[in-house]
Design a protein around this ligand. Structure first.
Ligand code: G
Ligand code: G
Ligand code: MN
Ligand code: NA
Length: 256
């Protein structure tokens, strides 16, 4: 398989780059977090999106190495920004994880190494997991998430609403943020059922003492509706698509 061979050499040659999508406080319009999204800068194919290589990286186990690079690069970049931009001193970076990374017996060791090498305080790092990743090996995952919390790292549950979590299930894990899946947000205006799901997730977050981020916001109407429902924060093309490092730096330079 050529793609698999290419992916292996991409790890050795460090052909990955990070893109960054702003997460915005809907009331103040302030930038609070940035979601980190990896891309593969392929020598012939150009910029390859995660949907085209993350599944293969997961199947082959290469995601563990790629994920280590992503974590190291993200933490080092944020540490540099804290020293370079006044607007970055309280900013958090939110990094997506795959199941293979969370199950890697060396995961916490990797996290400790990355925090110590970058000098970043764990409270500026968020990790995004999905519900399905927590379905098996529950006790082990609770322990891992607790170890992350001990380092002040916070956890978001990504694509929320598309999996199988029950309220009692959520209660057992130390989680900080629910990210409302973009499918509900995009149908919310036209479909009352989806608006009700969004409303329910926001109430659930409040009950569980978690905060909430709406994903995939594309219109001002959606922003207004989400604010009315009490949603604190959001991200999506309405605010900004994922942007290059250069674009993010321009944004941080311009200030809040
Ligand atoms: O970046 P896009 O804009 O195409 O992201 C698609 C999906 O790819 C995200 O929802 C996320 O699940 C996954 N993804 C993006 N970056 C990373 C990463 O660094 N690690 C892992 N494991 N998944 C990622
Ligand atoms: O990690 P996760 O699966 O949530 O990744 C978010 C994905 O959604 C990325 O592929 C990102 O490029 C994409 N995305 C971000 N904002 C929007 C948006 O407003 N609309 C749509 N359709 N996709 C978005
Ligand atoms: Mn995500
Ligand atoms: Na998502």
């Amino acid at each position: 398989l050529k793609l698999e061979r290419d992916l292996r050499s991409a790890v050795d040659r460090q052909e990955f780059v990070l893109y960054y999508q702003p997460i915005i406080d809907l009331q103040s319009g302030d930038l609070t977090d940035v979601e980190v999204l990896v891309r593969w800068q392929h020598p012939d194919r150009g910029l390859v999106m995660p949907s085209e290589f993350i599944p293969l990286a997961e199947e082959t186990g290469l995601i563990v190495e790629i994920g280590q690079w992503v974590l190291q690069e993200a933490c080092q970049t944020l540490r540099d920004y804290q020293q370079q931009f006044a607007s970055a001193t309280e900013l958090k970076f939110s990094v997506n994880l795959s199941s293979e990374q969370l199950q890697d017996p060396n995961f916490i060791q990797t996290v400790d190494r990355v925090l110590s090498q970058s000098g970043l305080d764990g409270r500026y790092l968020k990790l995004e997991l999905t519900e399905s990743m927590l379905m098996s090996h529950e006790e082990k995952h609770i322990k891992t998430l607790q170890q992350l919390r001990d380092r002040s790292i916070t956890i978001s549950l990504d694509d929320f609403g598309t999996g199988y979590s029950s309220l009692s299930y959520l209660y057992r894990f130390p989680l900080d943020t629910l990210k409302i899946d973009q499918s509900f947000v995009s149908r919310m205006i036209s479909e009352p059922k989806d608006a009700e799901i969004v409303n329910t997730i926001i109430s659930l977050a409040r009950t569980l003492n978690m905060d909430v981020i709406a994903e995939g916001i594309e219109t001002e109407e959606e922003v207004l509706h989400l604010k009315k429902l009490g949603c604190e924060r959001g991200q999506g093309y309405w605010f900004s698509p994922p942007m290059s490092q250069e674009k993010l730096e321009e944004h941080l330079q311009a200030g809040p």
